[in-house]
Design a protein. Sequence first.
Length: 208
Amino acid sequence: MREGDEAYLAAVDLEFDDIEAPAGGHPPGSVCSRVPSSGAVTPANVGMYCTAFAEQRLIGSRLKALRAIRTGFQALPIQAHLRLFRWTELMQIVAGRQRVTGEELVSRLSFRGYTGRTLRRAVEATLVGFSEVEVRRFLLFATASSALPPPDRPIAFTKKGGSSSDALPVAHTCFSRVDMPDLRDDAEVARRLRLAVASLEDSGFGLA
């Protein structure tokens, strides 16, 4: 740690007591199971504290629900049936809403770097005309989830190339960003968007 960090840790008064144990205790082998049950956070153990704190927030606080889900899967012999689904189809069932309209999708878009509103109007018109299946597939293409992104994290269409570019849309799912040229032809915008959505499985994991 840098000089002065020890004083900062003392000022924020972090304690290992902050990491609450779920009912039944921390899972064996977890980081939380190896941290002290009490005591101050010091420069020597702050790394372990941060890891354990994140583990508790992401897993420990949901442990009861996660165990219930596991029990349900183990109680029902559905493993063979699950293999019939593509990963994208399972995500649509588990992680996303079953019905998302094109209008709802358009409300979660932003546009960066484009000249005028030609590209924006063409994208919005295309997505509004998408079927429910195409809307879900576009969400998977752009965000790796079939759920609508929150209003404060819209899918950002970002200019990459001019109107003469022949590049197809490229999605950066970690950032909910779609790179697309500043096209001027509505039909060409629709063609490229539909091609990207139709080719989702062909790209391996649907990620770029």
